[in-house]
Design a protein around this ligand. Structure first.
Ligand code: PEP
Length: 251
């Protein structure tokens, strides 16, 4: 009943020439996948190129962060409205790399989520525990805290305009993937937490898994009942891998 979504997170990779080649491979190869939305979240300078190359195709595009502010004296920041001008659909917020390298708090992530919604875009809100938190048995407490920061500040209804991405920090870029059962357990927990506030919002909520997804493990993950697709880092830069992941979501 929920449509699958596979979103690439290019992080700080790419060049005009590399992006052109990658998108030229992805567009025809993912065109027939009618049960999957396919998106790429690109560095800010490449939003214009994404718009130029993907407008009129089935593929969607987005950014990897946005300011909490709509405009003003915030040197170096980029507003969600600016991103929207380039035809984007998605903005990743609260990626663990931003939480850890830029000290982004749960409250800031919630404010960014609101700013993205205000611009008419869909935030992909990332949550996930660090390895030591998992080892201390704190996974559910951590993801609940991260989720509730958004629900408390925006209201549960706002989640109907959001995508959530469960990304265990220990699985990001490490080659170590959560098993389908481990991921499903957390996804089901997150959906239950949303359902406690609004069952209909929870049932419709798109919940992505992210963390070392590859062509070889995607299908097992995506076949779990509460996993609605993936947020893909490293493998989104390799056309054959990303295409294989998108095909696994269609299966
Ligand atoms: C990510 O950056 O969101 C991610 C999941 O990275 P990777 O697929 O490389 O683990």
């Amino acid at each position: 009943m929920r449509r699958k979504l596979v979103a690439g997170n290019w992080k700080m990779h790419g060049s005009l020439a590399e992006n052109r080649a990658l998108l030229a491979a992805l567009v025809p190869a993912t065109r027939g996948l009618d049960r999957v939305d396919v998106a790429v979240c690109v560095p800010f300078p490449y939003l214009q190129q994404a718009q130029e190359l993907l407008s009129g195709t089935h593929m969607l595009w987005g950014a990897q962060d946005a300011s909490r502010h709509a405009k003003g004296a915030f040197t170096g920041e980029v507003s969600a409205q600016m991103i929207a001008e380039f035809g984007a659909r998605y903005v990743i917020v609260g990626h663990s790399e931003r939480r850890s390298y830029h000290g982004e708090s749960d409250a800031l992530v919630a404010a960014k989520c609101q700013a993205v919604l205000n611009a008419g875009l869909t935030p992909i809100v990332c949550l996930g525990e660090r390895l030591e938190e998992r080892e201390r048995g704190e996974t559910e407490a951590v993801v609940a805290r991260q989720l509730e920061a958004v629900m408390d500040s925006l209201g549960v209804a706002a989640l109907s305009g959001c995508v959530l991405a469960y990304e265990p920090v220990w699985a990001i870029g490490t080659g170590r993937t959560a098993t389908p059962d481990q991921a499903q357990e957390v996804h089901a927990y997150l959906r239950r937490r949303v359902a406690e506030r609004d069952g209909a919002v929870a049932a419709r909520l798109t919940l992505l898994y992210g963390g070392s997804v590859k062509g070889s493990n995607a299908q097992a993950l995506f076949s779990m009942p509460d996993i609605d697709g993936g947020l893909i880092g490293g493998a989104s830069l390799v056309s054959e891998e990303f295409i294989a992941i998108c095909r696994a979501a269609q299966a």
